[in-house]
Design a protein around this ligand. Structure first.
Ligand code: ZN
Length: 326
């Protein structure tokens, strides 16, 4: 399935995906290059403070890029990462403390806000969302993994922020990405949507859950669907994935075929779930539902899972087969 949504040319952009940066992994261990990049006038920096994104107000526009010295002057850095190259110019990410965010919020030349609002509100060009997502995930990882998970000694950032090393026991720690399945379960002309208490009123989306150790993506889809809604799933078909830096997940979007459809909802996990007709799902996507119900916005892979089903029907499950078929 399309990782660049190439056959959906008219579709709005999926957020945080399809980075245009050259990650230039080979430069991560190059101390001379990294030192020079900090003073190079072409270098630009994305800034995350606590959980929030720092944007510059430049005239009417919002700019997520700062010169290195400008970003460094905001406050003490808890992480500095080399993200890659854009037209041969270095792109870095800088992590500041949550306390710094509170100070920066008072400055009239800056906007300090959460990454979801940046994405959904289209506050910056879509090309900036993948490096902002990478910065947020890496900064969070550094903030939460300051000590060796094996021996408890304080670790040091290395490889331009892509590894932390323990000098005591020699273990190398790499940034985490936590896989999470998100699935639209389909029963012919209806699909299963759920409402979570943390969602805005009226928003219904796909079921989702973290993949457990020793589990395939398909097994995670089947287990989570059964746990949360009591629905049994057979075939699972991969659709597309999306970095989800809240704090450091990868959402793996799948369509799934229901084989037993009676609902047994786990109210501790989700507030509600129900079967929605393909027609009704179309009204929710278009924000024309008579009851005011709606789906997540096009920035989220859930929107595209629902939209593909509404446009193509249940045949999307059977069009191709995967290796881990039941
Ligand atoms: Zn150690």
């Amino acid at each position: 399935m399309p990782d660049d949504f190439s056959d959906f040319a008219s579709w709005p952009t999926l957020a945080y995906a399809n980075s245009r940066l050259d990650r230039a992994n080979d430069r991560r261990g190059d101390a001379g290059f990294l030192a020079a990049a900090k003073t190079d006038p072409s270098t630009r920096v994305y800034v995350i403070s606590g959980e929030l994104v720092v944007l510059a107000r430049r005239g009417e526009a919002l700019d997520p890029l700062f010169r290195f010295a400008e970003a460094e002057a905001f406050g003490p850095a808890i992480a500095t990462v080399f993200l890659g190259l854009a037209d041969k110019a270095a792109r870095m990410g800088l992590g500041l403390t949550p306390e710094t965010a509170a100070q920066l919020k008072t400055r009239p030349d800056l906007l300090v806000t959460d990454l979801r609002s940046v994405a959904i509100g289209g506050l910056v060009a879509p090309e900036h969302l993948p490096p902002l997502a990478a910065t947020k995930a890496l900064v969070t990882w550094h903030a939460r993994h300051r000590y060796c998970a094996k021996c408890g000694t304080a670790t040091q950032s290395t490889e331009a922020g892509w590894r932390r090393d323990c000098a005591q026991c020699g273990v190398q720690h790499f940034p985490r990405t936590d896989p999470c399945v998100i699935m639209l379960v389909i029963d012919g002309e209806r699909c299963l949507l759920a409402h979570q208490s943390r969602f805005a009123a009226g928003m219904w989306s796909c079921l989702a859950g973290f993949v457990e150790p020793g589990e395939t993506l398909e097994e995670a889809v089947r287990r989570e669907t059964f746990e949360e809604a009591g629905v049994k799933v057979g075939r699972v078909r991969y659709f597309a994935s999306q970095p989800w830096p809240f704090p450091m997940s990868l959402m793996v979007g799948c369509h799934a075929e229901a084989t037993a459809t009676e609902l047994h909802i786990d109210r501790a996990e989700i507030e509600d779930a129900r079967w929605v007709s393909r027609e009704e799902a179309g009204l929710m996507l278009a924000r024309q539902h008579p009851g005011g119900l709606y789906t997540p916005p096009p920035t989220a892979v859930a929107h595209h899972l629902i939209r593909t089903y509404v446009e193509r029907g249940a045949g999307i499950i059977t069009a191709e087969t995967g290796e881990n078929e039941r």
